[in-house]
Write a protein that binds this ligand. Structure first.
Ligand SMILES: N[C@@H](CCSC[C@H]1O[C@@H](n2cnc3c(=O)[nH]cnc32)[C@H](O)[C@@H]1O)C(=O)O
Ligand SMILES: [Zn+2]
Length: 444
């Protein structure tokens, strides 16, 4: 644990405004940002005073030639699915889920979940993600992994209904919330996670909504991912998926994190207007599964928050949020046939402060601000693919890769420095991951 950390001479991208980019220093004390100092005389003096008051400094990082920005926030994930990546690609969502993912998941032991989620955390820390929203099973294991790796996470027990184990699953969801909400020094928060309109019948969904209301906790659910989903929900209930959730009262009181929101009509948007929470846009997964293009800019125009996620590595194949930022931006440019449709900066906001809003963490993370949690990443810009550097925001949105992240800090703790993972035994994670994944996919 670095109690006092001094980041020197970085290009600071605060994400508090497009122009708020300057060279300077950041002081971190315990888990929070103590000060941010530019190069002007008075700010230098303040920095010197703060350093003098500190006495001992636990770690200094020379960040000249690097950008520092808020850690990226992956708003939709299934971390253990990293064990299932790239083994059954190029299938339709429903076939992929029912024929490949669900059978492989039925074989997963708690230990598999633990190592699969650690594999994801290693990948996320390495590529600049500091916080993620997760929906899966055996969540205790994931919570322990979060505790150990030092990441920040919003955890949800995914609830698929359709057999006689409804009560058991609901109990697991409650256990997660009771045991882990506020856990790991406050790095863990929780939500309730009914999986999707097509796997959650009305009675069960109503019960989860009531539960979430009684705990005053948010809901994390998939919505309107494919055309097939729209057809299925229309056939069963004569409604669109969005209307189905609306009529059940989901958007009345609760903060809701909706994953995907691809097939949302103009009329559907009126159900979402004014909602608490918003949508995690997951372009890598949407493109790979051929789902369609989410109406990101229309949703934003109506005041609905849209953050960014990858989805599980099973569908996205990579957890590199920089790839997600690039995909999101390029997709909208292509969709509108207009490269000027939205700025690079706007997509960086989606991956930071907007995702933070979706996780109800915007008062703590998502921007570089005095008093906020020190969740920061340093990006090494001194590389052929990033030089010459005319516009750092553009470079980050269009040219930076996860592998350019030099240092990752969460809650004031350095989790990776000079690309070395400090809270994970990477070799062990790779070995366990590869061994376990073979058993899970055998014969599928
Ligand atoms: N099957 C579990 C609960 C579901 S956890 C979350 C689920 O989301 C599934 N999932 C992953 N990616 C997607 C996606 O893109 N769309 C819909 N579901 C997905 C994943 O396979 C996993 O089963 C049970 O025993 O109750
Ligand atoms: Zn998902």
């Amino acid at each position: 644990m670095s109690a006092k950390l001094w980041i020197q001479q970085a290009t600071i991208i605060t994400m508090r405004g497009e122009e708020d980019v300057f060279v300077g220093d950041i002081l971190v004390e315990e888990d929070r940002i103590l000060g941010v100092y530019g190069l002007q005389q008075d700010e230098r003096q303040q920095l010197e005073q703060a350093i003098a008051q500190w006495g001992t400094i636990d770690r200094t990082i020379d960040a000249s030639g690097m950008a520092v920005m808020p850690g990226l926030i992956n708003a939709h994930q299934h971390t253990p699915m990293n064990l299932l990546k790239c083994f059954s690609d190029d299938l339709k969502l429903m076939d992929w889920l029912e024929q490949k993912m669900f059978p492989a998941e039925a074989r997963m032991t708690p230990e598999d979940i633990y190592w699969g989620s650690k594999l994801s955390m290693a990948e996320m820390i390495r590529s600049g993600t500091t916080t993620f929203a997760d929906m899966y099973i055996h969540m205790n294991q994931i919570a322990h992994a979060v505790e150990e790796t030092g990441m920040r996470a919003s955890l949800t027990r995914g609830l698929v209904f359709g057999d006689d184990r409804v009560q058991e699953r609901m109990q697991e969801a409650v256990d997660l919330v009771e045991r882990w909400h506020g856990g790991a020094d406050g790095r863990i928060t929780t939500m309730f996670g009914p999986h999707a309109p097509y796997t959650c019948p009305p009675d069960q969904l109503r019960a989860v909504i009531q539960l979430a209301e009684s705990y005053r906790l948010p809901i994390h659910i998939h919505l309107a991912e494919t055309r097939e989903e729209t057809a299925q929900i229309d056939e069963r209930y004569g409604q669109t998926p969005t209307q189905y959730l609306y009529e059940l009262g989901l958007f009345q009181q609760l903060h809701v994190l909706l994953a995907h929101g691809v097939h949302i009509s103009e009329h559907d948007m009126s159900y979402l207007e004014g909602m608490r929470g918003g949508i995690s846009h997951n372009p890598l997964s949407n493109m790979k599964l051929g789902c369609g293009i989410a109406p990101v800019l229309e949703l934003q125009r109506r005041g609905i928050t849209v953050g960014l996620g990858t989805d599980g590595a099973g569908s996205a194949s990579t957890l590199d949020m920089f790839a997600g930022i690039r995909a999101a931006s390029l997709l909208q440019k292509l969709h509108y046939g207009d490269p000027a449709i939205e700025s690079a900066y706007r997509f960086l906001q989606m991956a930071t402060i907007d995702s933070a809003r979706l996780l109800q963490l915007d008062h703590e993370v998502g921007t570089i601000e005095i008093g906020k949690k020190a969740d920061l990443i340093l990006i090494d810009l001194n590389k052929p693919h990033l030089q010459p550097l005319h516009h750092v925001i553009s470079a980050i949105a269009y040219a930076v890769n996860g592998a350019d992240v030099h240092t990752t800090i969460v809650n004031g703790q350095v989790l990776m420095h000079k690309r070395e993972l400090l809270t994970l035994d990477e070799q062990q994670v790779l070995k366990e991951g590869s061994m376990r994944s073979k058993r899970l996919v055998a014969g599928l």
